[in-house]
Design a protein around this ligand. Structure first.
Ligand code: HEC
Ligand code: HEC
Ligand code: HEC
Length: 440
């Protein structure tokens, strides 16, 4: 008996590489890997504008200069075709390149550290066997010496990137569905890389829900403020139902709100591809996160504004501008039209501490992405040519303080700064495009 078992062990050791090679071409494993690559949104960063999928070359702004994403197609010469599973794992979960240097954390390995061994294998199978190889050399960073030296990055990594976890999530969650949600949000989904505030040294202030800073919002991605995803009322998801969250991740809109800016990309490449079960798990997990400790209630529904406007009252210049330019779609009650025009009352993008997103939408307009389920793209016209900085500020202030909205007013200089940033982006489309954007 003993001998049989030993020889089985020896045999399995001898044949393991062969079995693994066969397993690599297993269509189930490859399609699981494809699903996971969408959950991880690898394509968003590893594809240049107009470039071949996964061939890299997307410029990403960092505080010290521009980094380019790399070719992760299985081309052996220019891509990752000669990466072993171990090389791949080292890059994805540990942030270490095949040659041993540390990767810039523009690659979200601090989140991917939570991915399980099993899922790494499936991802590897997909990238080796499911992705079309593309011959395209990687670009050097535009970071000048001495900042371009990689050794300080390895110090950063040692300090801030977590160990690859034995248990994927914080391990304190009992419910299997919530555990799955936490795994996707904290791990492959890397939601925190945009939605968690960062410290001065640029690491996310928290990588899981053990700290209330987790997903509390505030980072500005390509000019768009990533909102608070916790239970905060008004500026967070406090009033959102699980269904609202699911609908948004699938279609970029729900009955009340619509997604803008940098989130649209996440929805197009990642959100809409999740299974219904995984979307429910994500929604339940987000709904389990309590409001931040210092949370002020930034919205309490009130029909005062609507009553005044309907009676022809104009409390200020902002309200006049609203009635003339915006009420046709967003209505005098600020509730919009279900599934078509988002409500501005109790809207997190309107109420967020940093008003940049709403100013940007007013000046530059916005277009909802079309998804599998909601193919029509809805357009918000641009008003920048029509409104002066002062008017746009008065209008934004009116919206942030009406229908029960209780956010701080917007200043003319806030608007001026954003108008300047928008015109610089138009002149130089390469500038600060950390992510490809849906803006037209
Ligand atoms: C937020 C942007 C972003 C996302 C999302 C992202 N990456 Fe990356 N990745 C990068 C950047 C930028 C680099 C290059 C970093 C550097 O040069 O230091 C990189 C590097 C890599 C490398 C190292 C390649 C090499 O040539 O050494 C691998 C492998 C990799 N990524 C795989 C993935 C996989 C798999 C996913 C999805 C699970 C993914 N990446 C998602 C930005 C991203
Ligand atoms: C590339 C950065 C980025 C990543 C990654 C990201 N988000 Fe976002 N997200 C944003 C930005 C920016 C906004 C603000 C856009 C807005 O106000 O609609 C946003 C808004 C949202 C909204 C509100 C949308 C609305 O209608 O106002 C939800 C819900 C959301 N994100 C969930 C998620 C989840 C869940 C994940 C992870 C699976 C995630 N996000 C990953 C940048 C990101
Ligand atoms: C023709 C109809 C229309 C008019 C007029 C209009 N909007 Fe919009 N607005 C939209 C649509 C559609 C969206 C959703 C766009 C998207 O998600 O990309 C939107 C989105 C917004 C958002 C972002 C909401 C969110 O959930 O993220 C704000 C803020 C906004 N509009 C303010 C205004 C203001 C202020 C005016 C007047 C100056 C105005 N809108 C005029 C149709 C309109």
């Amino acid at each position: 008996m003993m001998n049989v078992r030993n020889s089985l062990v020896v045999a399995s050791l001898l044949f393991a590489p062969v079995l693994w090679a066969n397993e690599l071409t297993n269509p189930d494993l490859i399609s699981k890997g494809e699903y996971l690559s969408r959950a991880g949104d690898c394509v968003a960063c590893h594809t240049a504008k107009g470039g071949k999928p996964y061939a890299g070359g997307l410029p990403m702004a960092t505080p010290i200069g521009t980094v380019y994403s790399t070719n992760i197609t299985p081309d052996p010469a220019t891509g990752i075709g000669n990466f072993s599973l171990e090389d791949f794992d080292k890059a994805v979960r540990h942030g270490i390149a095949k040659d041993g240097y540390t990767l810039y954390p523009a690659m979200p390995y601090p989140s991917y550290a939570k991915v399980t061994d099993e899922d790494i294998k499936a991802l590897y199978a997909y990238f080796m066997k499911g992705v079309e190889p593309v011959a395209q050399s990687n670009r050097e960073t535009d970071i000048p010496w001495p900042l371009s030296m990689r050794w300080p990055l390895s110090i950063w990594r040692t300090l801030f990137a977590p160990e690859v976890a034995a248990t994927p999530t914080s391990g304190e969650i009992e419910d299997a569905q919530l555990e799955r949600g936490a795994y996707l949000v904290q791990g492959l989904g890397h939601c925190g890389s945009c939605h968690t505030p960062r410290a001065l040294t640029l690491q996310e202030k928290a990588l899981d829900d053990s700290d209330p800073a987790y997903l509390s919002g505030g980072q500005v991605i390509d000019g768009w403020v990533a909102i608070n995803l916790r239970g905060n009322t008004g500026d967070g998801l406090g009033t959102w139902s699980e269904e609202d969250i699911i609908e948004t991740l699938k279609n970029g809109r729900n009955d009340h709100f619509s997604s803008i800016g940098a989130m649209n990309d996440v929805i197009q490449h990642s959100g809409q591809h999740f299974t219904d079960t995984d979307l429910l798990a994500i929604a339940q997990y987000l709904k389990s996160l309590p409001a931040t400790e210092d949370a002020a209630e930034l919205f309490k529904a009130s029909d005062e504004t609507a009553t005044t406007l309907r009676a022809g009252g104009q409390p200020n210049r902002g309200s006049e501008l609203y009635v003339d330019n915006c009420a046709a779609c967003h209505r005098t009650d600020g509730l919009g039209a279900s599934g078509v025009f988002p409500r501005l009352a109790g809207n997190p993008s309107v109420l967020s501490g940093d008003p940049s997103s709403m100013i940007r939408v007013i000046l530059n307009g916005s277009r909802l992405p079309s998804t599998k389920q909601a193919p029509s793209d809805l357009v918000m016209p641009d008003f920048g040519w029509r409104l002066s900085d002062e008017e746009a500020a008065q209008l934004a202030s009116f919206i942030r303080t009406s229908w029960g909205n209780k956010a701080a007013e917007v200043s003319t200089s806030d608007v001026r700064a954003i108008r300047k940033a928008i015109s610089e982006e138009h002149e130089n489309p390469m500038l600060s495009r950390a992510y490809p954007s849906q803006q037209h």
